[in-house]
Design a protein around this ligand. Structure first.
Ligand SMILES: Nc1nc2c(c(=O)[nH]1)N[C@H]1C(S)=C(S)[C@@H](COP(=O)(O)O)O[C@H]1N2
Ligand SMILES: [Mo]
Length: 322
């Protein structure tokens, strides 16, 4: 996030999901026939990690909270233009390196201000509530955006199952930090593990999604498998990936980017076209994969979710609490 390189500009080619699926079906049989090695670099980039034949399909229900009137970004771009610093600092690194991540067995520990400590196995967590398809706008603090059809259920459902005490005012999310399967590059400047946090009312807002999949399949590793949070009205970095621990706390928890550079990355980090980043404007965003004439679009207050979330911030100066 501290650096933006020219080389990070993605291909403007859109690969519709169907094309992707067909290609993958071909690749799977090609791999079985032992000819994957000749399939070329482009194909090998979209191949599943060894041993994972095809992504697990999820059964989804529709949600009234899904954003309408938007065009989802291609699966190819969603899975090859990522920020997941545990696997490298360049946008293509997570797709290249996250194959080593072991998403089973996986559990999420719950601690802090709760009735009792709990550990949720990922498969139990997946079944806690019906999974919904939620198409959301996705806005990175680096001024690019996507539209992603996520799969999950409201984080509030999980929080209720955690039974936090009334004294819990914030919730902290801690991502996996594992040298055996991740790179944890020194040059990222992050003191691992990656940590994020929300105020309790933000975490309980129905739009805040505990996320297990995208495009109807389990999350690709590079998008934060097996479980991440998605907070659509905030800059992407608030949405911690590959979560192993959730902690309920009394006061504002430490969060990775805010700790590193508080003058650039606030704790709230609500998408706000009126508050520039000290080194660039937030008025517009580059739409990843869009046709050339639609590549730059105005950024919307609260990323377009103002009607639903603005009331959470009544009385707060959003220029101070950026
Ligand atoms: N653990 C972890 N979570 C993370 C990050 C990260 O580097 N590590 N990057 C954040 C940033 S800056 C963004 S924009 C989103 C990117 O999510 P995506 O790659 O699925 O689009 O993940 C967020 N969550
Ligand atoms: Mo980001």
């Amino acid at each position: 996030m501290l650096t933006l390189k020219k080389s990070e500009i993605p291909s403007s080619e859109i690969t519709p999901k169907q094309t992707y699926m067909n290609r993958r079906a071909f690749m799977t049989s090609a791999a079985a026939a032992g000819v994957a090695a000749v399939a070329g670099e482009r194909m090998s980039r979209v191949m599943r990690p060894a041993g994972v034949e095809a992504a697990e399909k999820l059964t989804l229900v529709k949600s009234p909270l899904s954003t309408t009137g938007v065009t989802p970004t291609s699966f190819e771009d969603i899975t090859h233009y990522n920020n997941f610093y545990e696997f490298g600092v360049d946008k293509g690194d997570p797709a290249r390196n996250a194959g080593k991540l072991q998403t089973r067995p996986w559990s999420v520990q719950v601690e802090g201000l709760v009735k009792e400590k709990k550990t949720f196995d990922i498969d139990a967590l997946l079944k806690l509530k019906p999974l919904e398809e939620r198409v959301y706008r996705h806005r990175c603090v680096e001024a690019w955006s996507m539209v992603i059809p996520w799969a999950g259920y409201s984080l509030s459902e999980f929080i209720n199952a955690c039974e936090p005490l009334p004294s819990a005012k914030f919730v902290q999310f801690i991502s996996l930090a594992d040298r055996k399967t991740e790179i944890l590059p020194f040059e990222a400047g992050i003191s691992w593990p990656y940590q994020e946090g929300l105020r309790m009312d933000e975490a309980m807002h129905p739009l805040t999604l505990l996320t297990f999949g995208l495009y109807g399949e389990v999350l690709p590793n590079q998008d934060g498998a097996p479980v991440r949070v998605v907070v659509p009205w905030k800059y992407g970095f608030k949405s911690a990936k590959s979560i192993v621990k959730v902690k309920f706390v009394k006061s504002q928890p430490s969060t990775t980017w805010n700790d590193m550079s508080p003058q650039e990355y606030g704790f709230y980090s609500n998408v706000n076209p009126n508050v520039d980043h000290p080194r660039w404007s937030q008025k517009r965003e580059r739409v990843i994969g869009a046709p050339i004439f639609r590549q730059l679009q105005p950024t919307l207050m609260f990323n377009g979710y103002a009607d639903q979330v603005a009331s959470l911030y009544t009385g707060m100066d959003l220029k101070k609490n950026f």
